[in-house]
Design a protein around this ligand. Structure first.
Ligand SMILES: Cc1cc2nc3c(=O)[nH]c(=O)nc-3n(C[C@H](O)[C@H](O)[C@H](O)COP(=O)(O)O)c2cc1C
Length: 626
């Protein structure tokens, strides 16, 4: 038999062990012949009865054994039939002599079709060609792996199936006995799916080895999330060997400066079994930094239970460096263009100021030149006028004496006296001379003012009488202040305090007074241009100039009672080229230059307050001494 079972075997062996007993029984039987006849008869009949009983007993036992045997064989057949593995018994010639239903299913054939077929080579082949030779040695790789003495071979073969693709089969062959002869029991397990899965696993493994993206898998059932797998890319990215990584939590890649916000995102994701993507600063084994674009995803089994987390790491250090470089260069470009814009603005300013101050300086020089030229003859006239007055007085006195002592001159003199209206002349001449004297005085004042205003020695600060500067400016602007047939005059109210000499650049300070006062006059004139002279005269235009000393500063307030300016205009009033005047009338530079002169050159303050409908006031504050 190709199988052995404990009970029947024992029972059979019980039977086979009887021969000894049977032999003894036979021996006993033989011995009966040697007994005396009577006793022999008695003994024979007794022995016969005994033997008969024994035989009956044996028969009964035999029946029982047969029954047990049948039951055991049926159990065995049942087991074989129900076995999930295909089982085939192959005789010494290699022909199938038994096949169970799983073998039928495996080969997709009925057992009758399989019986008698050459098993090796016909039904199973090793790879593409099977050259298992039955008689040469069916089991070349015989191993003594099982019970001592039992020859077992285990190999992978291909099962050739009817009308179906071949299956990969794990075949295990053991020697057995079939109908009294040596035979082979082949157990066939279909491992096609397992093989495919293994192949896929192998492919996945190759893919993992080929990718440059790091992959690390952690055990999600362990709160410490130890790494249970990492691919070669993860090793080369971090510089650690697999043995150093497995079993550890990946936090060993972090440093004290690893972004805590990113770590919090990971903690949350791990807590809520969800995905996350972060960019982390990590450190390689050699201490160098790399930027890790990490994405973590949960893995669940078929029941939905969380089993693992997969971390996918990409080294984005180069990208980060490029980004940083780009950001730096963008910031640099921005800074440079801001600097350029500022430089351009300053250049424009400086240019305009240069042009303006060049103009002012030319104007100053012109004024100074004219003042100088006028000064000489005027001084000459002024100086001689006194003598002229005296001489005229003397002559008129002499004439009066002549008239008194010679009341009747010759007719020719009488006629000439009449023609020249001598009485009127004598009365008017002193008046003319006085008037001339006043005029010359005035010219002298103007010349002095012009010379004051045009002081252009700006190489260093000098003490200046600010009131003189203001007055000179007012004098120059007098033609605009005194009014004409179209515009009524503008009243100037001076509230001068007791100012000491102030250290400053006189020319530029006069320029400031000129700019602010001209602006005030414009502010008063512009709205008036829409009104009739009478309407204008109803409201007296006024410019008020107040000066005082406040601490170590002088404060000069120049206000007008014009229409005032809006908040928006006020915000921009000192901006270069900002003007509210019509094109061609204002350059938008006067106040910006004034601001620069007061704030930058004199470390002072210049600001403006205004109330719509009430007027505007400019305040200058600057140190008395620098
Ligand atoms: C699968 C997986 C891969 C991870 N890979 C990294 C990694 O490459 N670099 C890193 O700094 N942190 C990585 N982490 C995050 C840390 O292991 C850890 O979860 C994080 O530091 C927050 O937890 P802690 O506060 O306990 O440190 C990974 C986490 C998991 C679950």
């Amino acid at each position: 038999m190709f199988f052995r079972e404990a009970d029947p075997q024992n029972k059979l062996s019980n039977i086979s062990s009887h021969p000894q007993k049977n032999a003894n029984t036979m021996t006993d039987q033989t011995n009966y012949q040697n007994l005396p006849e009577n006793s022999a008869k008695t003994n024979i009949s007794e022995a016969y009865i005994v033997n008969l009983c024994e035989l009956q007993q044996i028969q009964l036992e035999m029946e029982q054994l047969k029954h047990d045997l049948k039951a055991s064989e049926s159990r065995f057949r049942n087991t074989i039939a129900k076995n999930a593995d295909g089982i085939a018994i192959v005789n010494k010639q290699g022909l199938v002599c038994f096949a169970n239903p799983s073998a039928e299913a495996l080969f997709n054939c009925k057992a009758e079709e399989l019986l008698g077929q050459a098993f090796f080579g016909n039904l199973v082949v090793e790879g593409s060609a099977c050259d298992i030779e039955m008689d040469a040695d069916i089991i070349p790789q015989v191993g003594e792996t099982e019970a001592a003495g039992m020859r077992v071979v285990q190999t992978e073969v291909e099962a050739i199936r009817k009308h179906k693709a071949n299956a990969v089969v794990e075949m295990r062959v053991v020697e057995t006995e079939w109908e009294g002869e040596i035979a082979y029991l082949a157990t066939l397990r279909d491992i096609t799916d397992r093989k495919r899965a293994e192949e896929m696993l192998w492919l996945y493994d190759r893919a993992m080895a080929a990718t440059s993206t790091g992959v690390a898998i952690s055990d999600a059932t362990n709160p410490e999330h130890p790494i249970i797998y990492c691919n070669p890319a993860f090793e080369s990215m971090t510089g650690y060997r697999r043995e150093e990584i497995i079993g550890k939590n990946c936090r060993f890649l972090q440093g004290s400066d690893t972004d805590s916000k990113a770590l919090e995102i990971i903690r949350q994701a791990l807590k809520t079994d969800s995905e996350c993507q972060v960019i982390l600063k990590n450190y390689r084994k050699d201490g160098t930094v790399f930027w890790n674009a990490l994405s973590i995803s949960p893995v669940r089994d078929k029941t939905g239970k969380l089993t693992h987390f997969i971390g996918v790491q990409r080294d984005i250090t180069d990208r980060k460096k490029d980004e940083e470089a780009l950001q730096n260069s963008e910031a640099q470009s921005r800074e440079q263009s801001a600097q350029l814009a500022a430089a351009l603005d300053e250049l424009k300013n400086t240019h305009s100021q240069l042009v303006q101050s060049e103009k002012m300086s030319s104007l100053g020089m012109l004024i100074a030149g004219v003042a100088h030229e006028i000064n000489n003859p005027v001084t000459f006239i002024h100086g001689n006028l006194a003598y002229l007055k005296d001489y005229a007085k003397d002559l008129l006195h002499l004439l009066a004496l002549y008239q008194q002592h010679y009341p009747n001159p010759i007719p020719e003199i009488q006629q000439e006296t009449k023609n020249n209206e001598l009485d009127f002349l004598a009365e008017d001449l002193p008046k003319i001379l006085s008037s001339m004297s006043i005029g010359v005085e005035r010219i002298c004042q103007i010349v002095q003012s012009l010379r004051n205003f045009s002081r252009h020695d700006d190489s260093q600060m000098k003490p200046m009488n600010l009131h003189e500067g203001i007055d000179s400016t007012l004098l120059i602007l007098n033609h605009r202040l005194k009014g004409n047939g179209e515009m009524p005059p503008i009243e100037i109210v001076k509230q001068y305090g007791n100012l000491p000499s102030v250290e400053c650049f006189a020319g530029p300070i006069n320029q400031v007074f000129m700019n602010i006062l001209s602006n005030a006059i414009d502010a008063l004139d512009d709205p008036n241009s829409q009104l009739t002279f009478e309407e204008m005269s109803e409201k007296l235009s006024q410019i008020k100039i107040c000066t005082e000393v406040v601490g170590n500063l002088v404060e000069i307030k120049i206000s007008d009672n014009g229409p005032g300016i809006t908040e928006e205009v006020k915000q921009r009033i000192f901006d270069t080229f900002f003007t509210t005047k019509p094109i061609g009338k204002g350059t938008g530079m006067g106040l910006s230059i004034s601001y620069q002169i007061i704030v930058e050159r004199h470390k002072g303050k210049l600001y403006c307050t205004s109330e719509l409908g009430k007027g505007t006031e400019f305040t200058i504050k600057m140190p008395i001494v620098h």
